[in-house]
Design a protein around this ligand. Structure first.
Ligand SMILES: Cc1ncc(C[n+]2csc(CCOP(=O)(O)OP(=O)(O)O)c2C)c(N)n1
Length: 299
């Protein structure tokens, strides 16, 4: 896990399970290396431990997760424009086949893909996790479709990443690949814009000009859609189902960054009330409950 220093306490002990001993300690010092298959190890560890009683903390964590899921779901039919991402992912989830392959680009789009795609065990999700290579999704979708011609393949990109590689729609057309390419156009290198906010820098070099990527894709021989509203979104996905060959659905979305769950400002008991109000308003987080409160209610 590349960003573990943000999330895991410095005193934590590390157990690394790997079938390749050369990998031990590459990311972090290891307290217990286990040279074995990860799946078999987890099963063996699970067999060896005793069931613990369910604590208040555990129950609170379940409620917290449910609160989060309900909050995300509450935007699925939101018709605010520019569109939020939730309605887009609802359309994707509804149309995805049981063994669909999702190739997801790098940026805010990665966070949204992780949060909103309901991938189950027969579906596959990949992104450029190690190198974080923008422009990954579209060629990765070509690779997936070439390898699995009978499976449904998606590419999901931000406008920045898509614009870097969009000429390869030609390859999808040439080989008549029925890939569904979704572009989330927020006219920004959104992830970097958020990074500049977090590090208190002025925005610089992150604004992108808009283009009709649906029309551009049509000029390359694909079926293209430009989407601004919820009604257009639903119509485009309905038509995409019937399309022959590659499809590009360019959805104009708001530039609101994915709510930063690692720095929530929701709790008026422990945080500045004015900052809480501003955060809640910005992210429409009215129904998100601070974990402290869920925990107190539980204990
Ligand atoms: C090839 C490459 N260049 C630059 C970066 C740094 N980078 C990471 S995310 C990002 C912005 C992505 O913007 P966009 O594709 O529009 O997606 P969004 O974040 O808006 O969803 C950039 C520039 C990168 N990861 N890869």
């Amino acid at each position: 896990m590349p960003f573990q220093s943000f999330f895991i306490g410095p005193q934590a002990k590390y157990i690394q399970v790997d079938i390749d001993s050369a990998k031990f300690g590459r990311r972090h010092h290891v307290d217990v290396p286990i040279l074995a298959d990860a799946k078999k190890t987890i099963i063996a560890l699970t067999d060896a431990i005793d069931q613990q009683p369910e604590t208040g903390w555990y129950q609170a964590a379940l409620k917290d997760k449910q609160n989060w899921a309900d909050w995300m779901k509450s935007f699925e039919d939101d018709d605010e424009t520019p569109l939020r991402v939730e309605p887009v992912f609802k359309q994707i989830n509804d149309m995805a086949t049981d063994d669909a392959i999702f190739q997801v680009d790098v940026g805010n789009v990665t966070i949204n893909g992780m949060r909103y795609l309901n991938t189950d065990k027969h579906q596959r999700f990949t992104t450029s996790g190690w190198y974080a290579t923008m422009g990954y999704a579209l060629p990765a979708a070509i690779g997936a479709q070439a390898e699995y011609p009978d499976r449904q393949v998606w590419s999901i990109s931000g406008d920045g990443g898509f614009a870097m590689v969009m000429q390869d729609i030609l390859t999808q057309v040439k080989y008549h690949m029925p890939i569904i390419n979704v572009v989330l156009t927020n006219e920004s290198l959104g992830f970097i814009e958020a990074e500049q906010d977090d590090t208190k820098q002025p925005h610089s070099g992150v604004d992108l000009i808009d283009a009709d990527y649906g029309a551009a894709a049509a000029a390359l021989g694909a079926t293209g859609f430009e989407v601004h509203t919820l009604a257009e979104l639903k119509e485009a996905f309905a038509k995409a189902k019937a399309a022959d060959g590659p499809v590009v659905i360019d959805v104009k979305i708001s530039d609101l960054r994915p709510i930063p769950v690692e720095q929530l400002v929701l709790d008026k008991k422990t945080q500045d009330p004015a900052a809480v109000d501003a955060f809640v308003k910005k992210y429409h987080a009215e129904s998100l409950i601070p974990f402290r409160q869920i925990l107190e209610d539980e204990e």
